[in-house]
Design a protein around this ligand. Structure first.
Ligand SMILES: Nc1nc2c(c(=O)[nH]1)N[C@H]1C(S)=C(S)[C@@H](COP(=O)(O)O)O[C@H]1N2
Ligand SMILES: [Mo]
Length: 356
């Protein structure tokens, strides 16, 4: 008979939708600091695009002195850079909003951590010579389709303000975790924007356009906007940097454990700096105890694993809370800021445990 702990038992991605393909990483079961590509979450707005010879060409044009078309093989011959970073969908944890928000009901797994290799976007923008007055850089993907709220066919397209686009760690990437970027994750060329929610990192790059006015595409002005009021669109602001956040990986919610010592472990991350503290509370937030972090100070955009050894002798029900703090002083709030489209859920994380 096969042992229960057979190494053929592997976690799998969890399917939310098949077309377009939306799948969560089995985040509670991953202990790898780098998420293996086969466990990377997948978030798509349209069906996968076809890859043609055209997909290996990257035109950069618009408000520039010298428009150029870069070939994939030329980009690979240029000086390269590697960035290790969290990629998190702004809809991660949407399912926890009360009242519920429409959209993919992601639990905790719309997040992964990988090593991207490519050329800096800045080096390409320097070659085309951006003209004075340029405001935004628009990144257009090969994938396209219809929307339920508007007539027409749309490509997935997003812009970055020029000062963000010129940051030296924004990449045009061609490798993930030491291999060619998998098809699902943007092969052959993908934009990589550290510290921003995943929507900014446009996959299957088709072209880059420099403009002297704000970009108005629906993935910029309709989606990926925080609308804090249910009844109207007042106080709307764009979704940008990843909020301070964490999860408890183990024990799982509603676990039954025995008395003794249990390892509580999890992950914390932020798009506003590194993680400085992770705290747990066993008394609904009256007192907090620091967890032990495994931080690598060289890694600016990485997530942080943490753990705490919990000795429990008293039988009964417990709620364990977890909250993280980053180097900019952001702390997870008790309640996430509700918004119509359900982005950026980052309330203090909770698991319920019974000791018997
Ligand atoms: N071309 C294109 N790029 C895209 C998307 C898309 O649908 N099409 N989805 C975005 C969103 S919302 C997220 S969260 C990330 C997901 O990247 P992944 O599927 O590689 O995990 O890609 C972003 N880039
Ligand atoms: Mo996303």
């Amino acid at each position: 008979m096969k042992s229960f702990h057979s190494d053929t038992m592997k976690p799998t991605l969890k399917t939310l939708k098949l077309i377009p393909e939306n799948k969560e990483t089995p985040i509670h079961f991953l202990r790898n600091w780098i998420t293996p590509s086969e466990y990377f979450y997948r978030r798509n707005h349209f069906k996968y695009p076809e890859i043609t010879p055209q997909s290996f060409l990257l035109p950069i044009y618009g408000h520039v002195e010298a428009p150029l078309v870069f070939h994939h093989s030329y980009l690979k011959s240029m000086p390269s850079k590697k960035i290790t970073m969290v990629l998190e969908c702004s809809g991660n944890k949407r399912t926890y909003f009360e009242p519920k928000a429409y959209g993919e009901q992601w639990e905790d797994g719309a997040i992964s951590h990988g090593i991207w290799k490519g050329v800096t976007l800045k080096s390409l923008l320097d070659m085309v010579v951006v003209k004075h007055g340029a405001k935004e850089i628009v990144f257009i993907g090969h994938d396209k389709g219809t929307r339920t709220d508007m007539e027409g066919i749309f490509h997935y397209a997003r812009s970055l303000p020029i000062d963000v686009a010129l940051q030296p760690d924004v990449l045009i990437a061609y490798e993930l975790n030491g291999s060619t970027i998998p098809y699902e994750h943007g092969y052959p060329l993908r934009l990589i924007v550290p510290q921003w929610y995943g929507m900014a990192s446009v996959k299957w790059l088709k072209e880059i356009q420099i403009i002297d006015h704000p970009f108005k595409g629906p993935f910029q002005t309709v989606d990926y906007v925080y609308y804090p009021h249910k009844a109207n669109d007042l106080d709307a602001r764009p979704v940008t940097n990843i909020k301070i956040n964490s999860i408890i990986q183990q024990p799982l919610d509603y676990s039954i454990l025995d008395t003794g010592t249990h390892e509580i472990c999890g992950i914390a991350w932020s798009g506003h700096g590194s993680i400085t503290t992770v705290e747990l509370s066993f008394d609904n937030g009256s007192t907090w105890i620091k967890a032990k972090l495994s931080v690598d100070p060289k890694q600016k955009y990485s997530w942080t694993f943490w753990r705490y050894l919990w000795n429990v002798q008293k039988k009964g029900e417990y709620t364990i809370l977890c909250r993280a703090e980053d180097s900019s002083g952001n702390v997870q709030p008790f309640e996430a800021e509700w918004n119509k489209k359900g982005y950026g859920f980052n309330a203090v994380y909770k698991v319920h445990i019974k000791i018997e």
